[in-house]
Design a protein around this ligand. Structure first.
Ligand code: ZN
Length: 310
């Protein structure tokens, strides 16, 4: 059978203050900090990775904390919300927790027969906690304040807002192997049955223009393939569709390709291999600053300019 995309690999967003970002995602939301490294294109900036115990693809949210970055503005040609899967019945726990921590959130609502809770992270990035009606056996990371019943299991979906869904939908259906599953008003849900989790993309069509990507915005959405061989098969498919795509890039923890989908969002395709335990054991993920080989000789000066977070 032809290879298909295995859902979302990771999502990368832009933050302001590094410590505030770290505190929110590890303490309030209870994700595991799985990697502390630098932006490979800008080594005096951190690159943070949060996920489950192993940094399993489909659970990985990453940030470039750019210090005093200006806030972005949500609009078309952007990924505008990140959906996390949670167990049925856990939203009251989260509502109370967000309240106690003074986190901006809305009342619990319902969409496609599932309850969800919208909140904003400290930079204004929109997150949705969604009570998944499908079985999701993924084990979220537990902390002393968040037990297994309430833990975030990993991604449910990502929402892409655009002026015209057709061209983006074509990438999802004709290249990635997704199909339209549900629609409600201007929201169209595409899913793949190649994998059971992190397998939905919502396309929302709006007429408004404007908005820009900066602090609190999603930078790119990465889709998942098992290995480099399949990665290069998808490269050929993207090229055949007439889109520009990068060469294969080594990101230390995965191999990547990047292309801008016609709806304006930067897409990445990334491999499962080699994974986050390539440079430190699973038990120590996120504990030490990890640098790619080309920057190891500059470690002292890099550590001096990076802000302290823990
Ligand atoms: Zn990426």
């Amino acid at each position: 059978m032809e290879n298909r995309i295995n859902g979302i690999h990771h999502i990368t967003a832009i933050a302001g203050d590094a410590k505030r970002n770290y505190d929110f995602y590890t303490k309030v939301l209870g994700l595991r900090f799985v990697k502390k490294t630098v932006n490979f294109d800008d080594p005096e900036t951190y690159h943070f990775y949060y996920g489950d115990e192993y940094g399993t693809p489909g659970t990985i949210l990453t940030f470039f904390p750019w210090g005093n970055v200006q806030p972005g503005e949500s609009g078309p040609r952007q990924a505008t919300a990140i959906g996390y899967s949670v167990a049925a019945g856990s939203l009251e726990f989260w509502q109370n927790r967000l309240q106690e921590n003074n986190i901006k959130h809305e009342v619990i609502a319902e969409r496609f027969g599932e309850r969800y809770l919208t909140l904003l992270d400290p930079d204004g990035l929109k997150l949705e906690l969604i009570e998944n009606k499908n079985t999701d056996n993924r084990k979220g990371w537990q902390t002393n304040e968040i037990n297994a019943e309430n833990a975030l299991k990993g991604f449910y979906n990502v929402t892409i807002t655009t002026n015209k869904i057709g061209p983006t939908a074509d990438v999802l259906t004709k290249i990635f192997g997704y199909s339209q599953q549900e629609a409600d008003g201007n929201r169209y849900r595409y899913t793949t049955d190649a994998i059971e989790t992190a397998n939905a993309i919502d396309l929302v069509e709006i007429a408004e223009t404007g908005g820009h990507v900066a602090g609190g915005s999603v930078h790119h959405v990465a889709f998942r393939v098992p290995n480099e061989e399949v990665l290069m098969e998808f490269r050929a498919k993207v090229v055949a569709a007439g889109l520009n795509i990068t060469e294969k890039i080594d990101r230390n923890y995965f191999y990547s390709l990047y292309f801008r989908e016609p709806g304006g969002v930067l897409f990445e395709i990334a491999t499962d291999n080699p994974g986050f335990d390539v440079d430190e054991p699973v038990s120590e993920l996120g504990m030490n600053l990890k640098l790619p080989a080309q920057y190891e000789q500059y470690r002292t000066q890099i550590e001096k300019v990076l802000p302290k977070i823990n």
